[in-house]
Design a protein around this ligand. Sequence first.
Ligand SMILES: Cc1cc2nc3c(=O)[nH]c(=O)nc-3n(C[C@H](O)[C@H](O)[C@H](O)COP(=O)(O)O)c2cc1C
Length: 270
Amino acid sequence: MTSDTIRERKSVRTYQEKAIDGESMSQIRNFLTEVGNPFGVPIRFDILDAKRDKVSSPVILGADTYVAGSYKRQENAELAFGYSFEKFVLYASELGLGTVWLAATIDRKAFEKAINLQPDEVMPAVSPLGYAAEKRSVRESLMRKGMKSDARNSFESLFFQGDFEHPLRREEAGKWEKPLEMVRLAPSATNKQPWRAVVDADAVHFYEVKTRGYANETTGDVQKVDLGIALCHFEIAANEEGIAGRFVRKDPQLVTTENTEYIASYRPEV
Ligand SMILES: Cc1cc2nc3c(=O)[nH]c(=O)nc-3n(C[C@H](O)[C@H](O)[C@H](O)COP(=O)(O)O)c2cc1C
């Protein structure tokens, strides 16, 4: 998995009516049994057949296959989910298969029934899986326009140096430039981009800036899932740059604005 895959991935909501080839499907199945995350939280993946399992999404055209992800309620579960599910998304992309994270615009009851979701489990999101159609549906194009899906916030507005008072310019980011750029390019629910990072001498600290209405009892905090995606992208690019490190939870107690929650820090090995 590489930063090129991250750069090239885009959400796909319009699919060709074409079955996924057997070899790719078995690679996906294997991958889903192996994919882990730094939080040690097991993620369950179920592969569903849209017709047989009677699952659907009003924003998806032409997809026969869906992948649903779920976890047992526990600490760090949303982060772990975001990390592992994004690994699947990027892996699928490398096989030439389209996906799109779907948390809201699905027939949730039907999906939860199809995977036999238990009361102590949460299914934050699903994705269709298949070959992208040549042309996006009108609805998909309008959605992308509405959410400005092709744009991202600037580097300096998301990343900081030492504290939240000092924006980090791309030219000053040194070895963190690429890992942070990969965070910037990550997908997020309605493209809200809730991630922030503060770089200091020995770590990169990640934060979630919460939008009201994105966390609830049934689906958990979907913006924490976004943070898990961001950490996945960061680590892929850090490894590519030859940086070895790990995620720890040790709050540096920086002054933050309201609605901003400390998530985790990445510590490079020295
Ligand atoms: C956690 C999460 C939940 C999402 N939920 C939905 C959804 O319910 N419906 C939808 O059409 N897109 C959904 N998206 C896709 C985003 O709208 C999309 O990633 C964003 O607009 C950026 O576009 P891109 O993925 O093409 O870069 C979701 C994305 C994430 C990461």
